[in-house]
Design a protein around this ligand. Structure first.
Ligand code: CTP
Ligand code: CA
Length: 227
């Protein structure tokens, strides 16, 4: 089933991918998460593996099976995802941040399951901003030249304008914009690739088809940057 890529455009390359949602605890049995299913990130991991790469997938909670030949590390919170990515970063040629990482974590989570009390005030949650994993990885690239960093963005409006701005702000060579708002959990998607030359639309297709196209685009760009 790894026959889809001939030739194997990522043979000998190590690829690190984040996927799925994160889960930010409120107490031992409750938390805040989002609607990411992990389907796109898992499709990208599968496609990179098909293309011959050695793939590590750092995944938030999902109901998906690990793609064949891919090493999966499971995490829950954005902080755990950050730590797992940083620990795996050495020697990676490509980093693809597909995960829907929580922008904030709860700083006053309870160590015990919170109990409701009739008449008492509801709990007040407090938040702090999470570290931007993609930006942290991109910052290491300026030192070694690796890994080649790819981001994903789900915007609810002005995708073409916001996508180009987000790519520059993150300091990454390639950003994939989801044409939302109905992409989370779906099997199909339409995406726009943003790079330094502008943007290209990949027409609506199933996520594995788009993932394979993305892998080809990444391979082309790495080859070019090696010249
Ligand atoms: N990302 C990340 N770590 C975070 C937040 C986001 O690695 N703490 C990555 C995502 O995996 C994605 C990219 O950054 O590849 C863009 O995420 P997005 O939520 O669209 O952008 P933000 O920079 O968080 O900006 P905002 O949500 O305010 O639009
Ligand atoms: Ca965000």
């Amino acid at each position: 089933l790894v026959a889809s890529f001939q030739p194997k455009v990522l043979a000998g390359k190590r690829v690190l991918i984040t996927a799925g949602p994160t889960f930010e605890a409120i107490d031992p049995v409750r938390g805040i998460t989002n609607l990411s299913s992990g389907k796109m990130g898992y499709a990208v991991a599968r496609a990179a593996r098909e293309a011959g790469a050695e793939v590590v997938l750092v995944s938030g909670p999902t109901a998906l099976a690990t793609p064949h030949g891919v090493r999966r590390q499971e995490v829950q919170s954005a902080q755990q995802m950050h730590d797992a990515v940083m620990a795996a970063l050495n020697g990676q040629h490509v980093f693809i941040g597909v995960a829907a990482v929580a922008d904030w974590r709860v700083t006053n989570a309870s160590a015990h399951k919170m109990k409701k009390q009739d008449g008492a005030a509801p709990p007040q949650l407090e938040f702090a901003q999470n570290t931007d994993i993609l930006a942290a990885v991109a910052a290491t690239t300026s030192v070694s030249g690796w890994p080649y960093c790819v981001g994903f963005a789900a915007e609810s409006e002005n995708l073409v304008e916001f996508g180009a701005v987000k790519r520059e702000k993150k300091g990454i060579p390639l950003l994939v914009g989801n044409i939302g708002p109905h992409t989370f959990g779906q099997d199909d998607n339409t995406v726009i690739l943003f790079d330094e030359d502008g943007h290209t639309v990949l027409p609506r297709a199933d996520k594995l088809t788009l993932a394979r196209q993305l892998v080809s685009e990444i391979a082309k760009r790495i080859d070019r940057s090696l010249l």
